[in-house]
Design a protein around this ligand. Structure first.
Ligand SMILES: [Zn+2]
Length: 310
């Protein structure tokens, strides 16, 4: 059923929120910036709870004008340590998308291994080490993509060397090879506990009890369009069951890892539907209307938006 009078919702996607950032590789908002950002949003928007959002996409309620929904990707410990107290102070609720691999397998996702390696080694040394572990053939394929101006727009915030590494990691190097390269670079250089970096089961439980909502973000944070149907099904269902076991709630929303249109397919969407997901969030930039396709929901990165009314 289509609503005759759909609502616009501005959905924001956050990642790191921490007191300070050292080196490169990890970028995001400081706690202070996040707090100010929320105060500004509250002046311009009605920040709605995830439950209200889900009711609105099923046409059960109408949302206030200028509604805004806050979403947080990757299940970072930052979300418990820094985001949760600030949301509490403002009496607002967020939608969080943790991964399941960190807690189940005590392993970092590749995306975060790359962030932490860049931070620890610096961009130059990391790039050098990464290239020296990568075959010439793969580097050539990635450079060809850059020459054709493909994929680069995905990494407009990165310098060219780092963008090339992300293209290699995300599109060129087969996952089995990439996992090995990053595993060995990571083990050589980073000493960090998984539980200090990601949300723990208890933290998820506590935040959920306090009114926050959780959706799945996959198990390993891999690009679904690179996986077989069976691999996608397995990854998605592990991540859904993981959350269901912790919070015993309907896990009705999903967030595509990386999340632009090239990272998922119609197969992914049909798997999500078969697993009873009601909505899936992308990282494509734009406003969402409640009568849009609920399996390709657009969001804004705080970098792409001003807190001015638009
Ligand atoms: Zn993610």
């Amino acid at each position: 059923m289509k609503s005759s009078n759909p609502n616009n919702v501005t959905i924001i996607m956050y990642h790191y929120v921490r007191s300070q950032y050292t080196g490169s590789g990890i970028f995001g908002m400081t706690c202070e910036e996040f707090n100010i950002h929320i105060s500004n949003l509250k002046k311009l928007y009605t920040i709605i709870s995830p439950e209200k959002f889900f009711l609105a996409i099923e046409n059960q309620i109408k949302l206030p004008k200028n509604s805004c929904l806050l979403t947080f990707d990757d299940g970072l410990a930052d979300h418990y340590n820094n985001v949760y107290p600030i949301l509490k102070k403002h009496k607002i609720y967020g939608l969080f998308f943790p991964l399941s691999m960190p807690e189940i397998e005590n392993k970092f996702a590749n995306v975060h291994k790359i962030h932490l390696l860049r931070q620890k080694l610096g961009e130059e040394i990391f790039a050098e080490k990464f290239y020296s572990s990568t075959s010439k053939e793969h580097i050539k394929l990635a450079k060809d993509l850059v020459k054709q101006k493909q994929k680069l727009k995905l990494y407009k915030w990165d310098n060219e060397k780092i963008a090339l590494i992300k293209i290699l990691a995300n599109f060129i190097i087969p996952y089995a090879v990439l996992d090995e390269i990053l595993e060995s670079l990571f083990n050589e250089n980073i000493k960090k506990n998984v539980t200090d970096f990601y949300l723990t089961d208890d933290q998820i439980k506590e935040m959920h009890k306090d009114g926050h909502n959780f959706g799945a973000h996959g198990h390993e944070h891999k690009i679904f369009s690179r996986l077989t149907k069976e691999q996608q099904y397995k990854d998605i269902s592990i991540s859904k069951n993981y959350l269901k076991n912790i919070i015993d709630d309907n896990i009705s929303s999903f967030c595509y890892p990386y999340g632009d249109e090239s990272t998922y397919t119609n197969t992914t969407i049909s798997i999500l539907k078969s697993l009873n997901f009601k909505a899936a969030f992308t990282s494509t930039v734009g406003k969402f209307r409640t009568d849009d396709n609920v399996f390709s929901i657009k969001r804004f990165d705080p970098k792409n938006m001003t807190t001015e009314k638009n």
